[in-house]
Design a protein around this ligand. Sequence first.
Ligand code: MLC
Ligand code: AMP
Length: 508
Amino acid sequence: MTMTNHLFDAFRASMPAPGQMLMETDNGRSISYGDMLARSGQFARALVETGVQPGDRVAVQVEKTPEALLLYLACLRAGAVFLPLNTAYTLPELDYFFRDAEPRLVVCDPEKAGDIQSLAASVGAATLTLGRDGRGTLADRAKVQPEDFANVARGPDDLAAILYTSGTTGRSKGAMLSHENLASNARVLTEHWRFGADDVLIHSLPIFHTHGLFVATNVILMAGAKMLFEQKFDPARVISLLPRATALMGVPTFYVRLLQQEGLTKAVASHMRLFISGSAPLLAETHNAWRERTGHAILERYGMTETNMNTSNPYDGERRAGTVGFPLPGVSLRIADPETAKPLAQGEIGMIEVKGPNVFAGYWRMSEKTKAEFRGDGFFITGDLGLIDADGYVHIVGRGKDLIISGGYNVYPKEIESEIDALEGVGESAVIGVAHPDFGEGVTAVVVRRPGSAISAADIAGAIAGRLAKYKHPKQVIFVDELPRNTMGKVQKNVLRETYKDIYAKAG
Ligand code: MLC
Ligand code: AMP
């Protein structure tokens, strides 16, 4: 009897002939669909041999390699919960995730294994390694296994993955994503964006977040298509790949940097059928410049870790700059009063709330927090402020949550403020996002010194270096005598954002 494994079976159902390529890497490796099936089976067996049982978390902090993707698929097949972690996370950050998620197994880069192994052991997890060359103790254990593997049965509601998103309160929350959350979204996106077996996607995103892992990879697997799998985003490389590709998915910073390349022309982009942007707002000016240079209208979509993708501009029809398009099929979206939850009239600005098979199962071991972020009728409160225009396009006009998005990575000010405030010599701080030409928003710290202290920007940078991932570090630290406050005593971040709005105007 064959077991059903909800998400993997969905991929399997659209799998092309085993000899068809799934990916080609920038260092000349090719992985066919047949290889994927055989090797993910070996990896799944290695997981089971290591003691991973259905429902166990497998925490993974590794460089982007085909083997890292095989590990994701192996987790699905073994019924484990895949827990990817940004390679930039520091040891104190990892320590939190391990304590919270209690993984059975941690897979890390061999170069970091010394430090990570003891953190993992302190929560009772085993450690295996997987390096940037695809080798390590996990790969060693996998390659001696038989290639066939009887998938562990998993239903639509079983967990496939936990992805951590930082919280406004400073504590990261693990968003629990079910097999059906991922399967339904991948299916809808594949159809909506017309992906088919002939597509070739340039994959230059990291694979530890929703965008690179689920939106990009799951869509390719669901379409039986191929990826040009790049270790990291390199604009000149991307331009050189355009004539062999049909689609690109990126964060706005990708498009800003590609526009700086002289080689970006209509001719070089003529083989492409689709450019997609998301994870942060794409400026209308970038959209327009792209259309002028390449003849293509970038298709912008909107999603988040908790919900997968919610809206998309149309494939046919007008892709309207500065909007995120329409709710995807199966997704209900409404604009509500943030305080009273009362639905608002068309054109009014309010909280974006969504409901559908894409919306996550809740935060890992945080039932109160989960409850607080859903309305009684099951709509999830996104924290994004928006409106629906007369033609039905959704516009995101701001955030109700105190969040900065830098180069597509979320940074929660509270987390940085807590680190800075803990330093001797600091009275208080406010961390804000300021318009940045490359990253969209630049993380900026406004700091009040304690009387008599001479603490400098370099001192602050040095102190947080080993504690916070690099992309969270302030690009500038500004010292002031006091922070602006309203009559309630609350720091007025809007005043700070206005005061410092031009500090990155000339940055590149
Ligand atoms: C790197 N740095 C960043 C940064 N990325 N700083 C702020 N914000 C970022 N996003 C730091 C580096 O540590 C380095 O520090 C310096 O900036 C310059 O590095 P770089 O070489 O220019 O960076 P690069 O490696 O090119 O990375 C930039 C990037 C990358 C934009 C390509 O950040 C990226 O791939 N972003 C994609 C993020 C993503 O996938 N988001 C999706 C989340 S899912 P120093 O000091 O050492 O020089 C989601 C849901 C949805 O949001 O809807 O999709
Ligand atoms: P994350 O928690 O990393 O998944 O980030 C999700 C957040 O990114 C959303 O809540 C939005 O604030 C933002 N986001 C994603 N796509 C877009 C977009 N196209 N335009 C504006 N903001 C976006």
